[in-house]
Design a protein around this ligand. Sequence first.
Ligand code: SF4
Ligand code: SF4
Length: 410
Amino acid sequence: MNRQPVGSDARSHLAALADQCVKCGLCQPVCPTYRIGRSEAESPRGRIAFAQALAGGRLAATPSLIAHLDHCLACLGCERVCPSQVRYGELIVGTRALLRESRRPARFERWLHALLLRPRWLRAALLIANFSVVRSCMQSSIAQAALRPFGLDRVARELPHASPAGSVPESRRPTSPRGRVGLFLGCVAATVERDVHAGAMRLLQALGYEVVVPPGQGCCGALALHAGDIGGADAAAAPTRRAFADAGVDTLLVSASGCFATLRDTVFAGTQIRVRDIHEFIDDDAHRGELKFRALDCRVALHTPCTQTNVARAGDAVRRLLQKIPQVEIVDLPAEPGCCGAAGDYFLRHAEIADALRAEKVDQVEVQTPDVLVTSNVGCRVFLDNGLRQRGKRLPVTHAVALLAQQLDN
Ligand code: SF4
Ligand code: SF4
């Protein structure tokens, strides 16, 4: 249900979006890619100028222009601070959709998007890859050399470590529920963050909710959407839209801030289903004081994902919830760089930029000498976890919901 216009209308729509930019440059300091290279072409203002020129037919889609547009993480830090309220997210998706008309997507991207249409295959592949023997084989020098021509060597090095806890939760109904909410599992997170979904179930049940987890749900479509593949995004998200509509829920809770925007602004836009960040929901006034937590003598480094800061905007709720755990000491990581480099499948396509951003974030974590690193998005959790492991650090990396559920005392 994406409302991006197509054909000739797309160019005038893009031009109108780009015309909103007054070129003030206030967005430059928050842009992670500008921070790395200090290049105008790698900044929001530069990319908007490229989009404007492309839409008006004044610039050709050269490889270097495409690269500058591709390097955008879609973190939306620029959109958050823009005084002219430029709808940058819509603009970058529309620009990439325009570019797709004249270029064939890379082989890796075609494979990945095909997998997103088959979330069961994706989950099965992740489960198999999580066996340590399979992981070691895939990361051996022979396998790396064999995978390189297909662009899969990086995938093998950055495989997520699946959460060991339990299976995918099923819908549960307390005797007298105070309400009914849907729980979104996601495609990758359904395997990698089973601890988060089991934890969400515990927290929501402790609050007295019936939690509906329709088995037919799949992907949110964000990866395809951010690549400008609007049709592919719609197709990937169709089972999810159908599953929750059939389940008859009017509130859908999301624990991955990276999926939140696409679910709220695209998949369920214009429907009766209200998409809410799970932290913001639990922290709601209506639930204040109802959850009790056991003490945890622990220093928590809190990473707030860019999608949490710029889109879901529930970072304060995450913090307030963690502060309810007695004895926990929370240390915030610096706001910049605003993105850890994961950004959906970005870390697989643009390793150099992603690794530079991750290295800075991991440095910031190490300086704090925490006992645990907490985040609220599956992509950041996986990417930062791998970054720490690659440095030989065995710091636990978890999700706020998993930590809260672990300490729940209701
Ligand atoms: S996107 Fe907004 S903040 Fe950035 S240069 Fe344009 S008007 Fe200024
Ligand atoms: S979305 Fe993020 S990476 Fe892209 S231009 Fe804006 S601030 Fe920079």
